[in-house]
Write a protein of this length. Structure first.
Length: 185
């Protein structure tokens, strides 16, 4: 696993070991960023269920201003810290060891909003829609902001969900990546 492009291009990243963690493959990550084309400078990113933090780090490498990394696992948090130190991106990062529910509510109370939210919840735990619902209720995504969800192929997500409209989805083997745009403020 590596940073694909940007200011820390080519840096290798660590990934937590174990069956519960499925780091986003370089192929899927590269496809996501090819679809996005560019990352808005001064943008704020949320990497939810961050695992190794590789997607958030890719956003930072490509010009995002700051990234919030959320994960509930001690080993993942340790790996995210190590990857941020290795890439020199610590000063642009906030790391929260918390459940997704608690973290989203905390961010909502602080009125923190994001241009991009990437989430890759554990498969077969039915966390995608509950996380999306909380993101919408806490108004974490800016108008025209993007929510990008990596999930198992068997899940078909709705075309519309609260203020979110599905704009694209791509399949990569057993993985699907779905894109939503927020159409309300």
């Amino acid at each position: 696993m590596r940073v694909i492009t940007g200011k820390v291009k080519g840096r290798k990243l660590k990934a937590p070991k174990g069956l519960d963690v499925r780091p986003t493959t370089d192929r899927v990550k590269e496809s996501i960023f090819n679809i996005l084309r560019t990352v808005s400078e001064k943008s704020k990113v949320l990497d939810l269920f961050a695992g190794s933090g590789s997607v958030g780090i890719e956003f930072l490498s490509r010009g995002a201003d700051e990234c919030y990394f959320i994960d509930n696992d001690n080993i993942s948090i340790k790996i995210i810290r190590e990857n941020l130190e290795h890439t020199g991106l610590t000063s642009q990062s906030y790391i929260y060891k918390n459940s997704f529910e608690s973290a989203i509510k905390i961010l909502g109370k602080r009125n923190i909003t994001f241009d991009y939210i990437f989430m890759d919840p554990p498969y077969e735990k039915d966390l995608v829609l509950p996380a999306l619902e909380l993101i919408c209720k806490e108004m974490l995504i800016k108008k025209n902001g993007l929510v990008i969800i990596e999930h198992e192929r068997e899940i078909t997500l709705p075309k519309n969900f609260f203020s979110l409209v599905k704009t694209d989805f791509r399949e990569y083997g057993t993985t699907t990546v779905t894109f939503y745009t927020n159409e309300e403020e």
